[in-house]
Design a protein around this ligand. Structure first.
Ligand SMILES: [Cu+2]
Length: 137
């Protein structure tokens, strides 16, 4: 991967512009995420929703028997805490007081009565999540 395809802090994408990196994925099947690294603005931009998942698949994962039909039996869940101010504007704070999943307040998902796969991503700025417990640092 070249530095220009890495999207580091010196790759500025102007409003309305498009950036199309080109690289070969070398990782095994996994759940990754992308987000900006503009110096001093990462928190604000991720808080505003500039983040998402990258689902990497391979033949091992295909043969695993895990559910893998996106939106049918495999679901991405991006957890983010947020805080809203006057007029429901997003506030940039380290720890939000409202939970969102996939950018949705009070999320609801109906799943089939079978084995399903959740790909869970902590997309929060500073909050850590633990199974069954959410802890503030
Ligand atoms: Cu990062």
């Amino acid at each position: 991967m070249t530095a220009s395809d890495d999207g580091g802090p010196y790759t500025v994408i102007e409003p309305g512009a498009t950036w199309s990196p080109d690289f070969t994925v070398l990782d095994s099947a996994s759940t990754m995420w992308h987000h900006p690294h503009l110096h001093g603005k990462t928190h604000e931009q991720v808080n505003s929703g500039l983040a998402g998942m990258i689902l990497i698949r391979d033949e091992v994962e295909a043969a695993s028997g895990l559910p893998r039909t996106y939106g049918v039996d495999e679901f991405p869940l991006i957890l983010q805490d947020r805080s809203f101010g006057v007029g429901n504007t997003l506030r940039v704070v380290p720890l939000g007081d409202v939970m969102m999943v996939n950018g949705t307040l009070d999320p609801y998902l109906e799943v089939p009565g079978q084995l399903v796969r959740f790909r869970v991503l902590n997309g929060s700025n500073e909050r850590a999540y633990y199974v069954g417990v959410s802890e503030n640092p």
